[in-house]
Design a protein around this ligand. Structure first.
Ligand SMILES: NC(=O)c1ccc[n+]([C@@H]2O[C@H](COP(=O)([O-])OP(=O)(O)OC[C@H]3O[C@@H](n4cnc5c(N)ncnc54)[C@H](OP(=O)(O)O)[C@@H]3O)[C@@H](O)[C@H]2O)c1
Length: 291
């Protein structure tokens, strides 16, 4: 049976991917407790001790404001470690997929970003993730950096869960209404990554996201509509507008528009990602429906 290493298997995407891939591979998962990517020696040791055919890195320092204040740690985990794993995989002739982010873009384009668009990050998080992509592809052009956006799923709460929780507890909910991207379900990402691992082993950059685009306010509003339909008692039924510029608690700058064009993935696999609304609805029905 083929062997797959999943780094970050305790995280939102890593846990979903490890579960999905366990159907037809032996999955060796490392969560943060088992392996600290800030230590290149620990990474080398962990991978040296095992045989594997492929590795997917879902681990990252993902808190944007934390990264802004802890740049050396962000670069160590999000960039240097990715180079180390890329070179180990190259030596071992193992396929390597690294998860990256829409935050490598500055958000100024105003229409969906393709892989060939210039990355121009505006935060330490975005810059550290961009350096990770470069380190990975320098190790081997056969490796793949998959950029994803606004990830949600059952293994760790995200924006959609926060909005539902707030609407249950309070009669006022607000969310940013002037920043656009695309919510993307870990269940769909796991399926797409599986096909890129075993059926379509391409290298370079690829964008993976549901289709369509929205603001956080639209995303939150749709989540509340689905939650109400699923019978979840809510105190707030609408999400009020909040301007990005008014979020004074943000330390790092956020790009305003980071919708990803998924044409390369669709042409390669024949799979058109379904609309974000369908995925959000499914998630809320599955995850909250029976409560
Ligand atoms: N979430 C989003 O909206 C989003 C958007 C765009 C791109 N992405 C990318 O998608 C990937 C998966 O993100 P996610 O949503 O699954 O985030 P997540 O739930 O925060 O998962 C990241 C995992 O990395 C682990 N980690 C952090 N520092 C580590 C270290 N030094 N050594 C080893 N593991 C470490 C975390 O463990 P602990 O929590 O235990 O520290 C966590 O399990 C990341 O590459 C992220 O940059 C996410």
């Amino acid at each position: 049976m083929r062997k797959l290493v999943v780094l970050g298997s305790g995280g939102r995407l890593g846990a979903a991917l490890a579960r999905y891939c366990a159907a037809d591979a032996e999955v060796i998962g490392f969560d943060h407790g088992a392996l600290d990517l800030a230590s290149p020696e620990a990474l080398e040791r962990a991978l040296e001790e095992i045989d594997f055919d492929a590795l997917v890195n879902c681990a990252a320092l993902t808190q944007v404001d934390y990264c802004e204040k802890h740049a050396p740690e962000a670069y160590a985990v999000n960039a240097r470690a990715v180079g180390v794993m890329g070179r180990i995989c190259e030596r071992r002739k193992a396929r390597c997929i690294h998860i990256s982010t829409d935050y490598v873009f500055d958000g100024a384009k105003g229409s969906p970003y393709v892989e060939a668009d210039e990355a121009c990050p505006i935060s330490v998080y975005g810059e550290s993730k961009r350096r990770g992509e470069i380190e990975l592809l320098d190790a081997s052009s056969a490796h793949l950096a998959a950029r994803v956006s606004w990830v949600f799923g059952p293994d760790r709460p995200s924006f959609v869960d926060q909005v539902i929780r707030q609407a249950r507890e309070s009669d006022q909910v607000q969310a940013i209404g002037d920043k656009w991207s695309t919510p993307t379900f870990t269940g769909d990402l796991a399926r797409w990554l599986h096909s890129l691992l075993w059926d379509h082993p391409v290298g370079g950059l690829i964008h993976l996201a549901q289709s369509g685009a929205c603001t956080w306010q639209e995303y939150g509003q749709y989540a509340l509509d689905c939650a109400a339909e699923a019978g979840i008692p809510l105190r707030a039924r609408s999400v009020n507008f909040q301007a990005l510029a008014d979020l004074k608690a943000f330390v790092a700058r956020r790009p305003v528009y980071t919708v990803l064009d998924t044409g390369r993935f669709a042409r390669l696999t024949g799979v058109e990602p379904r609309p974000w609304r369908e995925a959000v609805r499914d998630y809320i029905c599955q995850h909250y429906g029976a409560r």
